[in-house]
Design a protein around this ligand. Sequence first.
Ligand code: CMP
Length: 134
Amino acid sequence: AIERTLSIIKPDAVAKNVIGKIYTRFEEAGLKIVAAQMKQLTREEAEGFYAAHKERGFFKDLVDFMVSGPVMIQALEGENAVLKNRELMGATDPKKAEKGTIRADFADSIDANAVHGSDAVEAAAVEIAYFFGK
Ligand code: CMP
């Protein structure tokens, strides 16, 4: 089915100047960028976005990292977009990410892991609405 998913290019990848290289991967996989916004997240925005992880030990480091510089936020649309984007990204921990994935190629650590992508269709709808409204 045609789905939408939320993607964030995180501060590490924005700082490395690889937004275009990551966009090319989306485009070559058949994912269309249907909304996009570059912004510096506030603490409140980052905490709200990652509210599901609030009780996790890594939450503070995650929020600190996500507000450390601008991020590029996009909604991607295409066949099977949620899973397709997760395959393009590779494992959360770049050390475990398969060769040729975005995280294997551009990420340095589990915190500075280059990209976020929604993990399910329902989560994608919530995450897209969080940044782009309806
Ligand atoms: P992301 O897909 O943006 O969702 C939550 C983020 O928390 C994750 O990517 C990682 O960057 C970060 N994180 C840090 N430590 C962990 C961990 N142990 N498990 C999962 N995510 C982690």
